[in-house]
Design a binder for this molecule. Structure first.
Ligand code: GZL
Length: 327
C-alpha cells in the first residue's frame, strides 16, 4: 500500500513539473463545439444609468448566447478591475472583456492575459498601451464623433446669434476615453466659429451628484453662461437641478447639450429643458458575445467595432415619438 502512495506522489510531481515546463499559454483548455464558452467581464462600476443599462445588456446577452459569464463590478476602482482580470486568468476563461475606467495602467495585467493565451476585448472604453497587440479589439462608440455632433448642433442652434457664445463644459471621468474624445471632437468643431468660447471646464466624473455640485461652481464663477455641454445625462440631470434652483430656465435661458440618451434626458428633451441629446448606446452585449465566440473558436475579429448612433434635438419634428430607451 505504501509503495502505491509513493508511486502516486511521484506521478503527481512529474505531472506538475510537465505543466510548468510547457511554453506559456499552452496549458489553457482548448474550446470545442460542445464546450460552453466562458467569458470574464470586468465592469467599471454603476455610476450612471448608462452603465447600469450596459451591465443589463451584457448579462442578458450572455444568457441568450449560452455563454458562461463571470461578471465582476469594480465599483469605480482600477485596482479592482486589475484583480478581476487576474482572477479570470487564474480561472482560465476563454475570453476576457472589460470596460477600462481610465486609459492608462493596463500593460502588466494585459501582458499576463496574453501570456496565458487569453484574448482580451475592450468594451465601451479604450486603453493606451506600449504593445497594442495586448488588446484584440474594441467595441463601443466613436466618442470623438459624439463630440462633433454636439458641436454641430450648437453651431446650428446659434445661427443668427451675434455672440460671444459662452460655453461651460462638465466633463466625464478624467483620462477616460469618452471624456478625452468628447471634449476634443466638440472643440475641433466649434473652434471654426469665433463666437464660441469655452469659458469653464470641470470634471463631474459622470456622476449626477457631481454634476449638480459643478454647476453651482459654474454659476458662481463663470459669469454669464449661454451653453452647458455635459458629457453624460446623469451629470446633466444634476446640473439642471442646480440651474432651476437658481431660477434659471434650462433649455431657454441656457442651451443644454448632453450625451448618452438615457430615458430621463429624453423626457427633459421632450419638455424643452434639454436642447440636444447625443446618443451613446450602452447596448453592447450581443456584439460582445458574438466577438467572444469568434475568438474562443480561434477566429479573428475587427480591431474596432463601432456602434451605430444618432442625435436627438429640439429641431426634430418627431421628437415626441422617440420610443422608450431601455436605460
Ligand atoms: C460611454 C461610457 C460613459 C457614459 C457615461 O461609452 O463609457 O460612461 O457616457 C458612463 O454615462 O458613466
Amino acid at each position: 500500500m505504501k509503495r502505491l502512495a509513493v508511486l502516486f506522489t511521484i506521478l503527481a510531481v512529474l505531472a506538475a513539473a510537465l505543466l510548468l515546463l510547457l511554453p506559456k499559454g499552452t496549458q489553457k483548455r482548448q474550446p470545442d463545439a460542445e464546450h460552453q464558452i466562458i467569458l470574464g467581464f470586468s465592469q467599471l462600476g454603476s455610476e450612471s444609468g448608462w452603465r447600469i443599462g450596459n451591465t443589463r445588456s451584457v448579462i442578458a446577452a450572455a444568457e441568450r448566447a449560452g455563454v458562461q459569464l463571470m461578471f465582476k463590478n469594480a465599483e469605480q476602482k482600477q485596482e479592482n478591475q486589475i484583480d478581476a482580470i487576474r482572477s479570470f486568468i487564474a480561472y482560465q476563461v476563454d475570453v476576457i472583456a472589460f470596460a477600462p475606467i481610465v486609459e492608462d495602467g493596463w500593460d502588466n495585467v494585459l501582458r499576463e492575459a496574453k501570456d496565458a493565451g487569453i484574448p482580451v476585448i475592450c468594451s465601451d472604453r479604450s486603453v493606451t498601451l506600449e504593445d497594442e497587440s495586448l488588446i484584440t479589439g474594441f467595441v463601443g462608440s466613436d466618442f470623438y464623433q459624439e463630440g462633433v455632433r454636439a458641436g454641430e448642433y450648437l453651431i446650428k442652434k446659434i445661427a443668427g446669434v451675434t455672440g460671444p457664445v459662452r460655453i461651460a463644459e462638465i466633463s466625464g471621468t478624467l483620462d477616460s476615453t469618452p471624456m478625452r474624445d468628447r471634449a476634443q471632437g466638440f472643440r475641433d468643431t466649434i473652434e471654426k466659429d469665433a463666437r464660441c468660447q469655452v469659458v469653464y471646464s470641470e470634471s463631474g466624473d459622470f456622476l449626477r451628484s457631481k454634476g449638480k455640485e459643478v454647476m453651482v461652481d459654474v454659476l458662481a464663477t463663470a459669469g454669464e453662461v449661454d451653453v452647458l455641454y455635459s458629457h453624460n445625462d446623469s451629470m446633466t440631470l444634476g446640473a439642471i437641478e442646480t440651474i432651476e434652483q437658481h431660477g434659471i430656465v434650462p433649455g431657454k435661458d441656457i442651451i443644454i447639450i448632453s450625451v448618452d440618451g438615457e430615458q430621463g434626458a429624453i423626457d427633459l428633451l421632450k419638455q424643452g429643458k434639454i436642447n440636444c441629446v447625443v446618443e451613446c448606446t450602452p447596448m453592447l452585449g450581443d456584439v460582445i458575445m458574438t466577438l467572444a465566440r469568434r475568438l474562443a473558436q480561434g477566429e479573428t475579429i475587427d480591431r474596432v467595432t463601432y456602434s451605430q448612433e444618432t442625435v436627438f434635438t429640439d429641431f426634430d419634428e418627431d421628437m415626441l415619438s422617440i420610443p422608450p430607451r431601455g436605460y
